[in-house]
Design a protein. Structure first.
Length: 133
């Protein structure tokens, strides 16, 4: 199946929120969306508590590595979802932008990150619905 759209998820460290959102989008879109993610200041590894929370719902983040966002990713994306990257993220005309106010999982307990995970899942489902996918 050829993807119908490209979605870019961006946060500061690309170690929690954007990684979880990317995994949810990949899973829930069933291949209909090309998913990109990146950070303005990538961390060395994905947050282990985020990995654990996603593993509880059958989504494996253990092999993922935080990446820097790229200009190409912004240009290719139909939808750009920012999560706390502020002014560090560029803006390109003609793109759909959403800024999700999602708690940063850094330094939070597994119970707190479960709530972040569930919030992101709800938002991804809503975005897919809005996109008609």
């Amino acid at each position: 199946m050829r993807p119908e759209a490209t979605v870019l998820f961006v946060c500061v460290h690309n170690a929690g929120r954007s990684q979880m959102a990317a995994a949810w989008m990949e899973h829930l879109s069933g291949g209909r969306v090309r998913v990109l993610s990146g950070g303005s200041r990538p961390a060395a590894q994905v947050n282990p508590v985020a990995v654990a929370a996603m593993a509880e719902v059958g989504l494996d983040l253990s092999a993922r590595t935080p990446q820097a966002w790229t200009e190409a990713g912004f240009r290719e994306a139909d939808v750009v979802v920012t999560m706390g990257c502020g002014d560090a993220c560029p803006s390109y005309p003609g793109k759909r932008y959403e800024d999700w106010e999602v708690a940063d999982p850094a330094g939070r307990t597994l119970e707190e990150v479960r709530a972040v995970r569930d919030d992101i899942e709800r938002r991804v489902r809503g975005l897919l619905e809005e996109m008609g996918l």
